[in-house]
Design a protein around this ligand. Structure first.
Ligand SMILES: [Mn+2]
Length: 420
């Protein structure tokens, strides 16, 4: 029996995006997150007594800003060397050979796959053969897998590859290949990298695994992040996800249906936060909040987002002031349904909705409107970076803004009507 760790997409020293504008954000956690996640990986490798570690591409985010990135990595590799743990590193699109100008000699336990041809490392006492080819440059569009050697007879064969397979949304298509290309090599395990979301493409014969990245870096990299710990016994592979991240991102959808007062709004927030805290004990959380549902608060949410943002912060302070940070909030609620559609009412409201409909379809108007908004946004840096900001860059977003304005106006008109 032996164990190994498969990880990928560490993007060491890349920043966490979306929290830095907040004065009370955990600056240390944010700055050092990718390093601390790697430290957790080393701790895991040592405590689990793994025989080797595979890093399947994008260890580095790009060229090092200075040598401290490389020195930090080598320092940790030294700790593994003391424990006789070898490390197999493959270059991906982010740390392709042509992207990295600074270099340090690796410690002797670190083995880097060639970039000009597939290379095989053999671990004789385990009868393991690791096959891999790294990225020479960023845009590898050819199918690297096809060139990998056939399985070594009598060995456990592991393929290491940075690939988008047949394409993944949100990931550029590099070194594309089909799952069948991998299967026909008759390997036992394919250690993939590139896709940041953990995905077991195939559980056995062979195992094909994306471990996901070690540490989420922005709101599109949500949930637990870490590595795959693999145990090999009598030729059988068992896979285990291990969390290594030091801060976690979530998109929280908060349904405000039936929430009709400020008090119940705060209650709902406290309950929402408590759920995330229970599911992620001890982990700092960066949350994006989307508010949904039909609520009589709708008009007030649109009219005074700043107030509700402060109530959200209030709820954070009541639950976990040191553990939760709000990355962004978005109000996508609707007013409680009203009697009869607006369009049938031959009054000011119908005129307003007609006009808004026209405006929505007037590309020229939208373009000009967008141009003005962008100029204003450029001057309002601190607002644009605040969680309650609506930032607009496309015509569709301008249309969203017009819908919000229409909602707000109709709500105001209704309130005016019933109040007078
Ligand atoms: Mn990549």
């Amino acid at each position: 029996m032996f164990k190994f760790v498969h990880c990928a997409d560490l993007h060491l020293d890349s920043p966490l995006r979306g929290l830095s504008a907040k004065a009370d954000a955990p600056a240390d956690v944010i700055r050092s997150a990718t390093r601390r996640a790697l430290q957790n990986l080393i701790d895991l490798a040592i405590s689990e007594k793994v025989r080797f570690v595979i890093i399947a591409g994008d260890l580095f985010d790009g060229d090092w800003p200075d040598y401290s990135t490389g020195l930090f990595f080598n320092g940790l590799m030294g700790r593994l060397q003391d424990e006789a743990i070898d490390v197999y590193v493959l270059r991906g699109n982010h740390d392709a050979a042509s992207n990295i100008t600074r270099h340090l000699v690796w410690p002797p336990n670190v083995h880097e796959f060639a970039i000009t041809h597939p290379q095989t490392f053999v671990i004789e006492d385990l009868a393991v053969a690791l096959h891999g080819q790294g990225f020479a440059r960023r845009e590898i569009v050819e199918n690297l897998a096809l060139g990998y050697p056939d399985a070594y007879a009598g060995y456990i064969n592991i393929g290491v590859l940075h690939t988008s397979l047949e394409g993944h949304e949100g990931h550029e298509s590099y070194a594309p290949c089909k799952v069948t290309d991998l299967i026909q090599k008759h390997y036992d395990y394919w250690a993939l990298g590139h896709v940041h979301k953990r995905q077991v493409v195939q559980e056995s014969d062979p195992c094909i695994v994306y471990p996901g990245n070690l540490q989420g870096r922005h709101i599109r990299e949500i949930g637990e992040k870490g590595c795959t710990l693999v145990t090999v016994e009598n030729g059988r592979f068992s896979l285990e996800h291990r969390s290594l991240d030091v801060l976690r991102w979530y998109l929280a959808e908060v349904d405000l249906t039936g929430v009709n007062s400020q008090e119940s709004f705060v209650e709902r927030m406290v309950r929402t936060f408590q759920t995330y805290l229970d599911d992620n004990p001890g982990s700092p959380l960066a949350l994006r909040l989307h508010f949904l549902g039909d609520t009589s608060l709708h008009g007030r949410l649109l009219a005074d987002p700043e107030y509700f943002y402060q109530e959200i912060e209030n709820a954070v302070a009541m639950t976990a002031p040191e553990q939760i940070w709000i990355e962004k909030i978005k109000f996508l609620t609707s007013p409680p349904s009203e009697p009869g559609p607006w369009a049938q009412r031959a009054d000011a409201m119908a005129q307003l909705t007609d006009y808004m409909k026209e405006v929505r379809e007037d590309e020229e108007f939208l373009e000009e409107f967008l141009h003005h908004i962008e100029r204003i946004q450029a001057r309002l840096k601190s607002y644009v970076n605040s969680p309650q900001a609506t930032v607009v860059h496309s015509l569709d977003e301008v249309r969203g803004l017009i819908d919000e304005a229409q909602d707000l106006l109709l709500t105001k008109m209704l309130q005016g009507g019933s109040g007078g």
